[in-house]
Design a protein around this ligand. Structure first.
Ligand code: C2E
Ligand code: MG
Ligand code: MG
Ligand code: MG
Length: 287
C-alpha cells in the first residue's frame, strides 16, 4: 500500500494527490443521495463442511466523473471528514436488508460488516444497530462486526468496553487484518471477540514463502488456543486452500472461492457451491 501511494505521489505530485483527496472528500458527502454507493458481498466459507457461513459486505463507490474509487482510498477520507458515521449506517442498513432478502430466498447467511476505528468511538452506534436489526427483522446473531486489529489497539480500554456493549446485543465480533496491528497477547486476551481473520498479506504467498506459512500456522494455533474461530482472507489458489485445510483453519475467503459479488449473484453462487457444481466447486481437500 505504501509503495503504491509512494508511486502516486511521485507520478502526479503532492499537490495533485491533495487536490484529489479534497475533491473526493467533498463529493463523498453527496454520494449516498446521488446513489453512487453500492455493496458487494464476498462469501466466507467453512473449509471442513463447504458451508457458506457469512458474506462480508464491501462498499463500492462509483464516482460520476472519476469512475470506481477504491474503499482503501475513500474510507480513510470518510474517517477524516466525519462522513464515516453516515457511511457506516448506510452499509449496516443495506447489509441487513440484503441478509433479510437472502433469508426470504432460503439462504441463511451471517452478514459481516466492517467498522472503522472512528465507529468504535461512536457511543450512539450500538443503539443504531439494535434499531436497524429490529427494522429489518434480523437476529443479532446473524450480524458479524469486523474491526481491524489496529483500530482496536488505538485505545484498548475504550475498545474493550465498546466490544462488550456490542456483544451484549448478541452480535459476533471479528478481528480483521490480524497480524498487521502490533497487539500484544495481553491486549488480545482482553478482546471479547469470536473470530480472528488472518491478514491476506500472510495468506497470499503462503505456499511459496515458508515464513508466511509459519506465521499462518502459528496464528491458527494462537486463535484456537484462545477459543476463536480462525479465517484466512486472500485465498487465491487451490494450493493455499488445501494447505489451510491441513493446518486446521476453520474458514476461508478469497478470489479462489469467489470475488465480491452483487447480492443476487452471491445467492446464485452459494447455491451452486453447495450443490458442488463444477463452476463453483471447491476441490477435494482430503490429503
Ligand atoms: P478488508 O475488510 O480486509 O476486506 C478484504 C479486502 O480484500 C477487500 O478489498 C476484498 O475485495 C479483498 N480481497 C478479497 N479476496 C481477495 C483475494 O483473494 N486476494 C486479494 N488480493 N484481495 C482479496 P476491498 O473491497 O477493496 O476493501 C478494502 C478494505 O476497505 C477492506 O479490507 C476494509 O478495511 C475497507 N472497507 C471495505 N468496505 C468497507 C465498509 O463498508 N466500511 C469500512 N469501514 N471499511 C470498509
Ligand atoms: Mg473485513
Ligand atoms: Mg481484512
Ligand atoms: Mg484490509
Amino acid at each position: 500500500k505504501e509503495t503504491r501511494q509512494g508511486v502516486a505521489l511521485y507520478e502526479s505530485g503532492r499537490d495533485e494527490v491533495h487536490l484529489r483527496q479534497l475533491a473526493l472528500m467533498g463529493d463523498l458527502r453527496h454520494a449516498i443521495e446521488r446513489d453512487e454507493l453500492s455493496l458487494q458481498f464476498q462469501p466466507k466459507v467453512e473449509i471442513g463442511s463447504r458451508r457458506v457461513l457469512h458474506a462480508e459486505a464491501l462498499v463500492r463507490w462509483t464516482h460520476a466523473q472519476l469512475g470506481p474509487v477504491r474503499p482503501d482510498e475513500f474510507v480513510p477520507l470518510a474517517e477524516r471528514s466525519g462522513f464515516i458515521h453516515e457511511l457506516t449506517r448506510y452499509v449496516l442498513d443495506r447489509s441487513l436488508a440484503q441478509q433479510k432478502k437472502w433469508g426470504e430466498q432460503g439462504l441463511d447467511l451471517g452478514i459481516a460488516v466492517n467498522l472503522s476505528a472512528i465507529d468504535l468511538m461512536d457511543a450512539d452506534l450500538p443503539d443504531f444497530i439494535l434499531a436497524c436489526l429490529q427494522r429489518h427483522d434480523v437476529p443479532p446473531q446473524r450480524l458479524i462486526l469486523e474491526l481491524t486489529e489496529s483500530a482496536l489497539m488505538r485505545d484498548v480500554n475504550y475498545a474493550v468496553r465498546m466490544l462488550h456493549r456490542l456483544r451484549a446485543i448478541g452480535m459476533r465480533l471479528a478481528i480483521d487484518d490480524f497480524g498487521t496491528g502490533y497487539s500484544s497477547l495481553a491486549q488480545l486476551k482482553r478482546m471479547p471477540v469470536d473470530e480472528l481473520k488472518i491478514d491476506k498479506s500472510f495468506v497470499m504467498q503462503m505456499t511459496e514463502d515458508s515464513d508466511d506459512a509459519v506465521i499462518v500456522r502459528s496464528t491458527i494455533e494462537l486463535g484456537h488456543n484462545m477459543g476463536l474461530r480462525v479465517i484466512a482472507e486472500g485465498v487465491e489458489t487451490e494450493d493455499s486452500l488445501a494447505l489451510l485445510a491441513r493446518l486446521g483453519c476453520d474458514m476461508a475467503q478469497g478470489y479462489f472461492l469467489s470475488p465480491p459479488l452483487a447480492g443476487d449473484a452471491l445467492s446464485a453462487w452459494a447455491r451452486d457451491f453447495s450443490a458442488g457444481t463444477p463452476a463453483a466447486a471447491m476441490h477435494d481437500l482430503r490429503v
